[in-house]
Design a protein around this ligand. Structure first.
Ligand code: MFK
Length: 538
């Protein structure tokens, strides 16, 4: 039989990833001031086009040729070069040209700038072979410098971190994890010794993401401070003026399940020059600023992967014919996609809301209530979307049958890359405990309850009234549980922390979706679907 008479299935294709995203467009139209949307839409449209076009080739190249550690030069000199390929470097250039970090700090849209930046990240990430990781850490470094840097540090580093010129741009790593652990950093053994009034770092770091960066932030015991050596935050430049590593020795690159284009190394610092950044002895608190930014990136990237998976699965459903019908016309397949879509939309509304709060906080426009909500919703958004995207990516692969399991379709990488999002930047359990930490510090739960009530205010659509009742009940259950466990032993509190954090997430998203449905920028059906799964579940 000739090849022309055989059956060949067409694969999924992507359209402009901004123009094609009806959930994002509806939210932006409803929530952004008209002039802000008019200002940012052309740039988003351009990036949406790049994400569906030229970036895909770059990402494929970066995935196909993972970074390589070259320990020695041909003559035996130790160089510890991290070799990356064209695709990885091209993706970095796109990030700089598209101002994926700088947009948040140029603040051209005032308090909306952070949201604008996160939407750029959302479009960039799923076509980036996770070049978004160094951007997250660079953004965190820029924020710490902005808040805690001295004028010399700001002057030297911020122009590089926020540059729109690929030749001038520097990225930053964030090296927290040692062999003793990544969650509990209290065991950090790297020391910072003062030698001739300059700090020198000595110690081994077990996970250093984006080791091809120019800068890194890291924690070390500040021996200049006291004998105990409390942890301070330090900034270091990886290379000297001749491009040689500054007393940094790379042992090897990690062999990871996913994020394979991203160089992640084990390395030792043997007298690396560094500067203290922020107040001495408050390293964890200082680096928490970075963590809150990278956790937000994590949540946005998780949602962007959900969206990418759905875009592919929906396109495929319109092409793939089985049992005499397109998948898109098969009731059960349609139902599966609708469930996934509702999950994605809920997560999207959550991270966009987070972006609004963050932008207000960073420009001094946030009320105390908004600051509390931001602190509470950051770990919640990270932990919830981190798990959700793995489940959605897994379902998306299934939507392609056996083809979803085949590497060169480009589909399995989606699942492999999603898997890290619940691990790095605080595991689900660490973030659940962080959620409790926020609640223990004040009246955050009351603020949460009041804000949920605000979203449910003035509901008129009858189909939403019943949802309001379940959301209100969930809030009462959350309050009752928290009050009850507050009187119990810490172990009881901690045991329920994850289920509690998930319940907070589902309840808050329900309120956002019902509010959006009432204001007409979301179909009630999506809010109903979201609320069909129990909101409070402990
Ligand atoms: C696509 C996305 C890309 C993402 C890039 C990823 C690449 C990078 C890969 C990595 O680097 S992975 C490593 C990530 N590591 C973590 O996320 C650490 C996880 N562990 C925690 O978060 C622990 O909870 C923590 C280290 C914070 C516990 O340490 P401690 O010393 O037991 O903290 P403690 O005493 O509870 O808090 C110290 C101070 O920090 C307190 O303030 P005070 O000193 O004023 O009392 C806390 O309130 C404050 N703090 C802690 N977490 C905070 C925070 N403040 C604000 N926000 C937070 N999130």
């Amino acid at each position: 039989m000739g090849e022309d008479r055989e059956f060949f299935q067409d694969g999924p294709e992507l359209d402009n990833q901004y123009r094609d995203d009806s959930a994002l467009l509806a939210w932006l139209k409803a929530r952004l001031p008209v002039e802000v949307l008019k200002d940012i839409a052309p740039g988003l449209e351009r990036l949406g086009e790049r994400a569906a076009g030229e970036m895909l080739g770059m990402a494929a190249d970066a995935e196909a040729h993972p970074p390589r550690h070259v320990p020695y030069d041909p003559w035996g000199r130790r160089i510890d070069h991290i070799e990356t390929t064209w695709g990885w470097q091209a993706l970095r250039r796109v990030a700089v040209e598209e101002a994926i970090v700088a947009t948040a700090y140029e603040r051209r849209q005032g308090p909306w700038s952070r949201l604008h930046q996160l939407i750029r990240l959302y479009l960039y990430n799923p076509s980036s072979a996770i070049a978004s990781c160094p951007l997250a850490m660079t953004d965190g470094a820029a924020r710490v410098l902005e808040l805690h840097g001295n004028s010399a540090q700001k002057h030297r580093y911020l122009p590089h971190l926020l540059s729109r010129d690929p030749e001038q741009f520097w990225s930053s790593g964030q090296w927290m994890t040692e062999r003793s652990g990544g969650s509990d950093v209290s065991g950090t053994s790297t020391v910072a010794l003062l030698e001739n009034s300059e700090y020198r770092l000595h110690g081994t770091k077990w996970f250093t993401s984006a080791t091809d960066s120019q800068l890194a932030l890291t924690l070390a015991r500040d021996e200049a401070l006291d004998a105990e050596g409390r942890l301070s935050l330090f900034l270091l430049e990886l290379r000297d003026a001749h491009g040689q590593l500054n007393n940094i020795f790379v042992h090897r690159l990690k062999d990871k399940l996913g994020t394979r284009a991203l160089p992640t190394a084990e390395l030792t610092l043997k007298g690396t020059p560094a500067q203290r950044l922020g107040p001495a002895g408050h390293g964890v608190r200082s680096i928490a600023t970075v963590l809150n930014i990278t956790r937000t990136y994590n949540a946005v990237c998780a949602v962007s992967y959900m969206r990418r998976g759905l875009a592919l699965a929906e396109d495929y459903a319109r092409k793939r014919r089985v049992f005499g019908k397109l998948l898109a016309d098969q009731p059960l397949h349609r139902e599966t996609l609708a469930e996934l879509h509702a999950e994605f939309v809920g997560a999207l509304h959550l991270v966009l809301h987070l972006g609004v709060l963050m932008g207000r906080e960073e420009t001094g426009a946030a009320s105390e209530t908004e600051k509390t909500l931001l602190r509470l919703l950051t770990p919640i958004a990270k932990l919830y979307t981190g798990k959700q995207c793995i489940a959605i990516a897994s379902e998306v692969l299934e939507c392609f049958g056996g083809q979803g399991y085949i590497e060169d379709t480009g589909l399995p990488v989606l699942l492999r890359d999603c898997q890290v999002l619940s691990i790095w930047e605080g595991t689900t359990n660490v973030l659940s405990l962080d959620t409790l930490r926020v609640l223990e510090q004040g009246d955050a739960l009351e603020t949460f309850a009041n804000d949920v009530a605000r979203h449910l205010d003035r509901l008129q659509r009858p189909e939403l009234a019943v949802l309001r009742v379940s959301i209100q009940r969930a809030v009462r259950d959350l309050q009752a549980w928290y009050q009850r466990i507050g009187e119990g032993a810490p172990a009881v509190r901690e045991t329920g922390a994850r289920r509690f954090a998930f319940s907070l997430a589902r309840t808050y998203v329900a309120a956002l979706l019902v509010g959006a449905a009432q204001h007409g920028f979301l179909s009630s059906e999506i809010a109903q679907r979201w609320c069909r799964t129990p909101l409070f579940s402990l």
